[in-house]
Design a binder for this molecule. Sequence first.
Ligand code: NAD
Ligand code: IPM
Ligand code: MN
Length: 346
Amino acid sequence: TRTIRLAVVAGDGIGPEVVAEGLKVLGAVLDGSDVQVEQTPFDLGAARWHRTGETLTDADLEAIADHDAILLGAIGDPSVPSGVLERGLLLKLRFALDHYVNLRPSTLYPGVPTPLARPGEIDFVVVREGTEGPYVGNGGAIRAGTPHEVANEVSVNTAYGVERVVRDAFARAQARPRKKLTLVHKHNVLVHAGHLWRRTVEAVAAEFPDVAVDYAHVDAATIYLVTDPARFDVIVTDNLFGDILTDLAAAITGGIGLAASGNINPDRTTPSMFEPVHGSAPDIAGQAKADPTATVLSVALLLEHLGLGDEARRISDAVAADIAGRDGTTRSTSQVGDALAARVRS
Ligand code: NAD
Ligand code: IPM
Ligand code: MN
């Protein structure tokens, strides 16, 4: 018997609602197998912050790090100043656990409503850098609140950080049938970081001669995602561009309720963390309206990462079948979870 030790951070808003369904489907897919899951719930997010003023203590971090993987719902709440939980909890986890590959696949499942007139075959993955860029918090404001305020956010890009994520993206491209990698940046304006990314891609490309390399400025990339998304296979990009592109990628492939992600440490020195791309959706929280599919697909990415590819495929097949069978009838969060759990069992 193999035991997966899973840290569970359900979080805020719809987080606990969708995580419950993710765990339901995880239980169903492993039922009767020799793999068992030992869950540790972590009380993190808005409620904990209101109660104690804490976001993520060293003790929390140490305890979470002592697991095989992490499943996260979402964090963030209108009652907490913007940035406190996002930076103090979510980004702190990604940075402390060195999740330098933020993997965000986009597939247009048959039967999914898309706003695109001619979607073509959409099947790409965004490799979003996860530990650098403007996210590091290397900024500050002076004369804040005055007419002379200066507010700076500095994008940090290191040769080490760019090279490791670019190499990971090339390896992923090489393992895919189309073997194509697109760097998305803005090196016509952000010349310092942009040229580092471009030179790094050029250098690493020499190690992957069978991977075709392409480039798009981020503004143009948003055009192509709408007019010709089939051109993309693997996109590698920085932390902020990747954040923005992957909400757009979700929108063209059936919506944010379907978009899964993994915050991965490819070196496996720390547990990787799997979470839907969406946030805590305070506008629909507590109404059983959230689509748990993104979380369920994040569980599939988690299983894949842990070497359980067959179980992961059973989940993505169940999702594909569920989506194909959607007829516009409104289902609650747990009804979708029940349907997916039933499909992975059969
Ligand atoms: P959001 O993703 O929470 O919501 C955007 C829109 O998508 C809303 O209309 C929402 O109702 C809808 N939506 C989101 N998930 C859905 C689902 N599963 N099913 C159906 N509809 C869904 O983004 P936001 O409104 O910009 O942010 C809300 C809060 O979440 C903020 O505090 C933000 O910082 C936080 N956030 C957290 C994460 C995370 O934990 N990883 C990610 C994004 C945003
Ligand atoms: C996401 C979110 C986060 C990000 C926020 C909440 C810090 O938008 O996971 O996409 O920007 O990475
Ligand atoms: Mn985002």
